[in-house]
Design a protein around this ligand. Structure first.
Ligand code: ATP
Length: 366
């Protein structure tokens, strides 16, 4: 996909081709009253990419979006759109001048306006006729041409989300910000709406920053993911990087369910209930956490080096979670199997480990 780089000053404010822009947060800090919520955030959304801000509740994701949109002026640092400072010590561009669109969690549609009027709302620089024409194009793009005269309450949740997307994209923003855009949709609709939204973003070549607290959702939609914790960016990268090379235990646990054991390093190894694991690069005597992904434990009636007994089975539809007692270990171990893989009467099993699912991290002080 070719992405056209253009200076923000040259960007059309309303009609014309959409030019994806690069948006960068540089040393951004923020606090509400005296409570710090963002701490030295450095993060770039490259032109044309879908960047997900992922993190638990309260990690500062929405605040970062609001700062980019210009709704919330940050305490320190700056926000750049291509080479231009849009918020910082020397300049503050008001929201309507930023060429940045926003889709809110609750869609924020005007209930008394039709879809056409809702979508035309941000096209203030165009005549009524041109605005309506652009709004029709935007609604066609999200597949709602036949509903231009309908009101929001006449639509399903998924359709309302598409109107919100059409309204945000109609002025052809250089960057689109979306705050938990799929969280209000029921699970049956979610997959479809997510796929449609992504297709529209790709087609319109818009740079998008999407907030979510759901790691699986981020993996489904993002080109890159920025994981936030307590107002700091913990790690940025592709889904594969964050999953396979997590920088810390927090990141590892955000992306997969793990068994967690604490141990002491001896001669580059550490003992766990599932055997002795390699812990290269750690100082002798240091305390480490060993995280073993549930999916990395093979369970079988016949094969595997480790003997275990099934203590509990929990049915989860396509899979089951097993709680296991391992010979010689006090701590219980969890593993996952395909539903029905083991007959109900089976109690004794053997386990095998996939080494790539064993992750060792230095223990942080409690
Ligand atoms: N207007 C505000 N006034 C005071 N504190 C706020 C305000 N907005 C957010 N906060 C606080 O700032 C912190 C970060 O909030 P923010 O909404 O950015 O996090 P988030 O990661 O988006 O979380 P969530 O997923 O729950 O929305 C939280 O502790 C929150 O309580």
């Amino acid at each position: 996909m070719s992405v056209i780089h253009k200076k923000v000053d040259d960007l059309p404010t309303s009609v014309g081709v959409s030019f994806a822009a690069r948006l960068a947060f540089e040393h951004v800090e923020h606090a509400y009253d005296e409570k710090p919520v963002l701490n030295d955030v450095n993060l770039v959304a490259e032109a044309g990419e879908v960047l997900c801000l992922l993190g638990p509740s309260g990690s500062g994701k929405s605040t970062l979006l609001r700062i980019a949109a210009g709704i919330e002026p940050q305490r320190a640092g700056r926000v750049m759109l291509n080479d231009r400072e849009i918020a910082g010590p020397s300049h503050f561009l008001p929201p309507e001048k930023r060429s940045i669109g926003m889709v809110f969690q609750d869609f924020a549609l005007f209930p008394h306006l039709t879809l056409l009027e809702n979508t035309r709302f941000g096209l203030t620089e165009l005549s009524r006729k041109d605005g309506a024409a652009e709004a029709r194009v935007a609604l066609a793009r999200v597949g709602l041409s036949d509903k231009v005269d309908a009101y929001p309450h006449e639509l399903s949740g998924g359709q309302q989300q598409r109107v919100a997307l059409a309204r945000a994209l109609a002025p052809r923003p250089a960057v689109l910000l979306m705050d938990e855009p799929f969280s209000g949709l029921d699970s049956r609709l979610k997959d479809t709406v997510r796929a449609e939204t992504l297709a529209i973003l790709r087609q319109s070549r818009t740079t998008a920053i999407i907030v979510t607290h759901d790691a699986e959702e981020a993996m489904r939609i993002a080109d890159r993911i920025a994981l936030l914790k307590d107002g700091r960016v913990v790690q940025v990268g592709t889904a594969e990087t964050l999953y396979h090379q997590p920088v810390d235990l927090f990141t590892a646990r955000f992306f997969s369910e793990v068994n967690l054991f604490k141990g002491t390093v001896e001669n580059g190894t550490v003992e766990t209930p599932l055997g002795i694991m390699e812990a290269r690069g750690f100082v002798n005597g240091s305390t480490v956490h060993v995280a073993i992904r549930l999916v990395g434990i093979g369970v079988s009636e016949a094969e595997g080096d480790i003997e275990a007994r099934i203590v509990k089975r929990r049915f989860l539809g396509v899979s089951e979670i097993l709680e296991l007692a391992v010979a010689g270990a006090e701590e219980r171990v969890r593993a996952t199997i395909r539903e029905g893989y083991l007959p109900p009467e089976v109690k004794k099993v053997r386990l095998s480990l996939r080494r790539s699912d064993v992750l060792v991290f230095a223990s942080k002080p409690d």
